[in-house]
Ligand binder design. Sequence first.
Ligand code: FES
Length: 159
Amino acid sequence: MALTIYLSLFFLIAYLVGLAIHRALFLRDKRRMMQESRAGGKIVARVADVEPGEVKKFSIICQKYRVAGFLVNDGGRFHAYVNRCRHMPTPLDFIRDQFVSEDGRYLMCYTHGALYERGTGLCVSGPCEGESLYRLPVCIDQGDVLVSCPEGNISHLAD
Ligand code: FES
């Protein structure tokens, strides 16, 4: 009986400590987001630093959620998407930082091989064909790429 109580207390304390650490990290990221933002959104890259065809990961704080995203330079036009496959809620880069198909034409989910158009986010092949990645608003300002939060309820996009 005493062992059960001690174990329950141990797991309760471990849970509360984990919760406190998670909250502290979230507040740190929120503070950073405010420091790295201006009208238009968070600065996620310099235009010159992401070559055509390249992808760069980032995260932003939207409302009370952390949203993992990635930026893609599609022939000089920048697009940002939530880093979540439309087949299952996993990041596209199951293999670390790999987002692009072998021929370089598509964004690819490395879990089951879904292919997405870089410019529209539309899934053109694989188990989520016809669905689209969740788009994040992008703007270019003073040579920086800024990404902002989508409107409305975004709880389903949270990391
Ligand atoms: S999770 Fe992306 S294709 Fe299955």
